[in-house]
Structure formats: C-alpha cells, structure tokens
Design a protein around this ligand. Structure first.
Ligand SMILES: Cc1ncc(COP(=O)(O)O)c(C=O)c1O
Length: 364
C-alpha cells in the first residue's frame, strides 16, 4: 500500500460514512486477471521431490509460445533483474553502453539497468529511429504497461535489423501479449539479438506462483540459468504452469471473457469520468484501462476515500495518439490505471463510487 492510501486507511475521519477496513477495499491497482486459471489440487508427490527439467513444462511452453529456445524463470521479474547483470558481467556490451527504453513503462526495467550503471535514454516509438544507431540495447514493452501502446511487428523487425548491424540488442517484454498472440514477435524474427520475456502472472492470473519465461539465443539462456541457480521455479509451480499453458479451452474462453470485461470497464470509465461532454481518451489492454487527465490526483484521492484502489501514474503518456490529444496539457498531467473488477458485486461497487466522483478541473 503506498503512502497516500495508508493515510486514508488510518485516518478514519477522512473516510465516508462506511468505514473501510482492509477487507472492504476494492483493489483495482494491478493488471492481473481477477478470474485466473482455476488451480486444481496438486499431487502430494510434486511437493515431495525436487523440481525436474524433464517434467514436460518446456514442451508445453514451446507449444504455447510457438518457439524453441525457452527458459522458465521465477517470474519475468527475475529476468528483468538478471539481464543487466549478465550483460554487465559477461562483456556482452561495450563500456558505457546506452540503453534506450520506450517510456513510460513498467519502472522495474529502468531501475534494474540503472542499478547496474548503464546509461538510460527515454524514448518514444517516434524517437527510436533518430537514435537507434547509437543504442546498445533497445527495450520496450509490447503491449505497453501502462499505456497499452502496441508496436507493429514490421516496426520491430526493422529496429531489430538496424540494431544487429552494430551488435545491439532488442529486449521485448511481452508480459501482456497473451490475449493477442498474433502480435507477438515470437516466430517472426531470428533470435540472434532478440530477447523476449513472457509472464504467466497476467492473463493466467497466476502472479503468485512466480513463473515467467525468457526466449533468447541459447548462450544467453545459459547465462541466465547460471545466474539463476538450480530449482528456481518450484515443483508445484512447474506442475501448475504446464497444465495452464496446455489448457486450450480455458485460454480461448478467457480471451472472450477479458474482451467483454475490458469493454465494460471502458464504458463505465467513459460514462463517469468524461467531463462537460468532452470524451476522455482511454488506452490500455484487456487487463487494464488507463486514463491520462489533469485531475488524476484528486480523482485518485476520492476513489481511495471510498475504498477503491487504482494505480496513480506519475508520468504522462508520450505515445503518438496521446500526445496528439493532449499536446496542450502541462507537465502535471498524470494517469490512473484501473484493473478489472472480479465479480458483479465489485462492478456495482465501482459504479457506485464512480458516480460520486467530482472532478475539480476540466478532464483535459
Ligand atoms: C510489463 C511487466 N513486465 C513484467 C512484470 C513482472 O511480472 P512477473 O514477474 O509476475 O512475471 C510486470 C509486473 O507488473 C509488468 O507490468
């Protein structure tokens, strides 16, 4: 819980009539599927043995991700932490290497590269071409969290080819790609200088099992494996994820469920957060919707006072469609990201709270 929320959780006088305890919070602050893959009972023997590499997880992952060289990791976060370390320690990049990150995005990427003393350049999809010859690493999230911006396969292929001309690398975090696998870069490019991260935390709603995958050149996977150490993905997790990735019926049904739920969320947000007949601009993916608006902070505070926790984003979006809409807005422009309610009761709770929101400033 961040500081702003803590304040409201403790200061009961600032709450509306119904006092909120921990269980009353409607937590929409993540992009995790609230109705994830239904976890079955795990056989006791799976707990009793050390994890084994020949348990069928790799085959299931190869089939699901349509790729060959793949390494399970304890959440894609583990790879986000390890990649700068292996690039640093194994001389894969020149000294003072430059890492370009399409921003805003999931902040852990920048944090981990900075921690390992790399220079960071903040880019947008429009500025990549101006600087790509000077980049040693280009890092992007596709589709982006929090903006939902999608970068076309052809654009990515062109960047990969430019980077390969001077031994540069392309890292693509596809943590939110599962509902649109046709947009994935996997299987469409040689893996020479390409590293792709996938997560089972989002679409499958299995964030707690800590499992993700890295798809890359064999030697890069070996270095990650070396730094990760043995048994880093637990036996019960491997058993569950193998089953989840192979559950084609659930995967198809879930795509439909998420599409409907995200449409419903978008309609609700437009209905209650548009101001003075001005439509708000909503971006995102099927797992979250993001609104950039001047009154983001007061709206965030009002939601929190009424027990709805959303993600407050402190940077405005710099993608083409957002800047086209918001070019007159000052730097204080912030965003709110809403995850999906889990059930009808939560949808009603959200709607009641949204109805009561007062926006002190014009929305754009
Ligand atoms: C874009 C993105 N990538 C990766 C992660 C890490 O996810 P996990 O470690 O659960 O796979 C997150 C977590 O929120 C994320 O937003």
């Amino acid at each position: 819980m961040n500081q702003a929320i803590k304040k409201y959780a403790v200061d009961k006088t600032s709450l509306d009539k119904t006092s909120l305890d921990k269980t009353n919070w409607l937590d929409l602050s993540t992009g995790i599927n609230p109705n994830g893959w239904p976890v079955p009972t795990i056989p006791a023997s799976v707990y009793n043995r050390l994890p084994e590499n020949d348990d069928g997880l790799i085959e299931a992952a190869r089939a699901y991700y349509q790729t060959k060289n793949i390494l399970p990791v304890s959440g894609s976060q583990a790879a986000i932490q390890l990649l700068p370390v292996i690039f640093q320690q194994h001389d894969l990049l020149p000294k003072n290497a430059k890492v370009g990150i399409i921003s805003p995005c999931y902040a852990e990427h920048e944090f981990q590269w900075q921690k390992n003393n790399f220079s960071i350049l903040h880019l947008t999809t429009e500025t990549v071409d101006d600087i790509i010859e000077q980049l040693d690493v280009l890092l992007l999230i596709n589709p982006n969290n929090p903006t939902g911006e999608r970068i076309a396969v052809n654009t990515i292929k062109a960047w990969q080819s430019k980077l390969s001309q001077h031994n540069g690398y392309l890292i693509i975090d596809e943590a939110f790609m599962d509902s649109t696998p046709e947009n994935s870069i996997l299987g469409k490019c040689p893996m020479d200088n390409l590293i792709v991260l996938r997560s089972v935390g989002k679409f499958f709603g299995l964030a707690g099992v800590r499992c993700g995958f890295v798809i890359a050149r064999r030697d890069i996977l070996s270095l990650l494996e070396y730094h990760q150490g043995p048994w880093s993905v637990s036996g019960p997790t491997r058993w569950l994820v193998k089953k989840a990735l192979s559950d084609t019926q659930w995967i198809a049904d879930n795509k439909g469920y998420l599409k409907n739920a995200s449409g419903r969320l978008e309609t609700l947000l437009k209905k209650y957060l548009s101001k003075n007949n001005r439509q708000i601009f909503i971006c995102g993916t099927v797992l979250y919707k993001t609104i950039f608006m001047q009154s983001a902070l007061p709206v965030f505070e009002q939601l929190a006072k009424k027990g709805v926790l959303v993600r407050l984003l402190d940077k405005s979006c710099s993608c083409k469609s957002c800047t086209a809409q918001y070019k007159t807005i000052d730097d204080q422009h912030k965003g709110l990201r809403f995850g999906l309610p889990a059930d009808e009761k939560q949808w009603q709770q959200l709607e009641i709270v949204l109805q009561s929101i007062r926006q002190p400033f014009p929305s754009i």
